[in-house]
Design a protein around this ligand. Sequence first.
Ligand SMILES: C[S@@+](CC[C@H](N)C(=O)[O-])C[C@H]1O[C@@H](n2cnc3c(N)ncnc32)[C@H](O)[C@@H]1O
Length: 225
Amino acid sequence: MTIKALEFVGPMDENTKIADIGCGTGGQTQTLRENTKSSIMAVDLIPQMIEKLKERIWENSLGKRIEGIVASMDNLPFRDEEFDLIWAEGSIYHMGFERGINEWKRFLKHGGYLAVSEVTWLRENPPKEIKKYWTDAYPEIDFTSVKLKQMEKAGYEPVATFVLPEYCWMENYYKPMLPLFDKFLEQQSSSESARKFVEEMKEEISYFEKYKDYYSYTFFIGRRY
Ligand SMILES: C[S@@+](CC[C@H](N)C(=O)[O-])C[C@H]1O[C@@H](n2cnc3c(N)ncnc32)[C@H](O)[C@@H]1O
């Protein structure tokens, strides 16, 4: 899906700069590196994520074009108009879509691109149970049309949107997580917070299995005016 989203972004060369915000261990940072000639500044709040990213750079000989830094997405150490592309896959919800797109705009050059994914409703009138679950978990969940209006209001020209297919949640995210729960609990000596985390993740997965027709992640690609 990273490559698909990248297709909507203008040409990138050796002189263009990308920020990958909430990069995790750098899965899509690597994809961006392999599919552009640009340099990439990858940012995550959790130092262990950046350590893993650095191991990935080393193991895959990704060279000098990636830099990993620990910083919070709501207090980024960037200069105004420093970047040609801001990427945030599965992470902008940590500060909220509307706040994120507004606060990050100044880091983008005029004509620069923003590519972010965000959970959205796919169908009108979701059943009460799933509506309550998501509005409690992430009150900003809404329809694509609402997010597009927010983008325009913030000063971006919408370029494209597409819905992430089910396998992105199930095959790439939830299924690989399931076998790790027991080991995680063992490592954390089944602490209260660890058990709560696992229960919440299992709840999220069971809701997804039941209500996946009603919501998904949508990729939004926009261009700063
Ligand atoms: C669901 S993961 C997505 C990771 C990666 N983008 C991917 O798609 O594989 C969300 C990431 O956001 C990071 N994160 C959470 N709060 C953050 C913050 N305030 N600033 C920067 N990163 C944050 C988490 O550490 C995590 O790595």
